[in-house]
Design a protein around this ligand. Structure first.
Ligand code: GDP
Ligand code: MG
Length: 162
């Protein structure tokens, strides 16, 4: 079975844009991969020489109280079944309360988590990204999902150690 990469994060941070880039489609088919439930959006990625299953999630809202409310069930399940979690944040927003709640949940998981600051196009990426080290998730990568910048470097980091 191919490695499973889940895209999680608040709405509007660019998860679906990255999904579409990785799967090279505007509207990827919901494929029938054994062992995976079908209420999330799965696609097969073949990018930069890496083959994997990518899972798009819709539903982590950031401003509720409590992790159970903050993270929709399907996103929690996507994290559970993933080999690698890409936690997307919006480099232009800085750290939000929602980001902090998601980070708290992810720090408790025994998963490989990569913190991905999206939308670094047209801004000072280094200073925008500095804020996110406070989430204490270790690896931080800057990308522009809409343009592809940084995506290969991110995947190299995710897959070289696997
Ligand atoms: P999702 O809710 O996390 O799936 O976010 P979407 O993929 O739907 O993207 C939300 C908005 O962010 C859309 O208007 C995208 O065009 C925009 N967006 C996504 N990636 C980038 C990026 O790399 N740079 C910029 N400037 N905008 C982006
Ligand atoms: Mg989306």
């Amino acid at each position: 079975m191919l490695p499973v990469v889940a895209l999680v994060g608040r709405p509007n941070v660019g998860k679906s844009t990255l999904f579409n880039r990785l799967t090279r489609t505007r509207d990827a088919l919901v494929a029938d991969f054994p062992g995976l439930t079908r209420d999330r959006k799965y696609g097969q990625a073949n990018y930069d020489g890496y083959q994997f299953i990518v899972v798009d999630t819709g539903g982590i809202h950031g401003d509720e109280e409590g992790i159970d409310e903050v993270m929709a069930k399907q996103s929690l399940q996507a994290i559970e079944e993933a080999d690698v979690v890409l936690f997307l944040v919006d480099a232009r927003d800085g750290v939000t309360v929602g980001d902090q709640a998601i980070a708290t949940h992810l720090r408790k998981q025994k998963k490989k988590v990569y913190l991905v600051a999206n939308k670094i196009d047209g801004i000072d990426a280094d200073s925008a990204m500095a804020d996110f080290y406070s989430l204490a998730l270790g690896n931080l990568y800057g990308i522009a999902a809409a343009h592809g910048r940084g995506v290969e470097h991110l995947l190299d980091s995710c897959f070289k150690p696997l």
